[in-house]
Design a protein around this ligand. Structure first.
Ligand SMILES: [Cu+2]
Length: 148
């Protein structure tokens, strides 16, 4: 009887050590809209430009260690106005401390910017999206969850 209790506690310790760098939230919780940002699904506004874009990731949910695309869609009637803007993306994991990954984006007809992103870990990420035009700069935050 005494011996039977040793193994389970040893195994439990091993299991607890394994996910040392995983996010505290369960990855399968999935939906970025569960974040308390107040942003409606994927719609974010660059206030100095009075410009609301629709942000998404393809595929959804994005896969770790693969090339995914972060898409920033302009309203169709404003695509021409902003197609020469500079749009850049910075990825971080807010609950961790392993630095940021920068990605440039390029304009693609008929009205969206696309950035190639490679999340390195499962869990909650945030993309800081910076929009530069007419000598002004504005940054919005897009949260998403990466899966295996
Ligand atoms: Cu991480």
């Amino acid at each position: 009887m005494k011996r039977a209790y040793r193994w389970p506690s040893f195994l439990l310790a091993a299991v607890l050590l394994l996910p040392a760098c995983s996010s505290p939230a369960s990855p399968e919780a999935g939906s970025p809209s569960s974040q308390p940002t107040g942003a409606e699904k994927g719609k974010l506004t660059f206030a100095p430009f009075s410009l609301t874009v629709e942000v998404s990731v393809q595929p959804a949910p994005p896969k770790i260690l693969k090339e995914n695309e972060l898409l920033i869609a302009l309203p169709p009637e404003q695509a021409d106005r902003w197609k020469n803007a500079k749009v850049s993306v910075r990825l971080t994991m807010p609950s961790m401390d392993h630095g940021a990954v920068d990605a440039a984006s390029s304009y693609r007809e008929p009205g969206q910017f696309a950035a190639k992103i490679v999340p390195t870990m499962v869990g909650e990420w945030q993309a800081d999206i910076t929009f530069e035009a007419d000598g002004k700069t504005s940054t919005v935050v897009y949260p998403f969850v990466a899966e295996p």
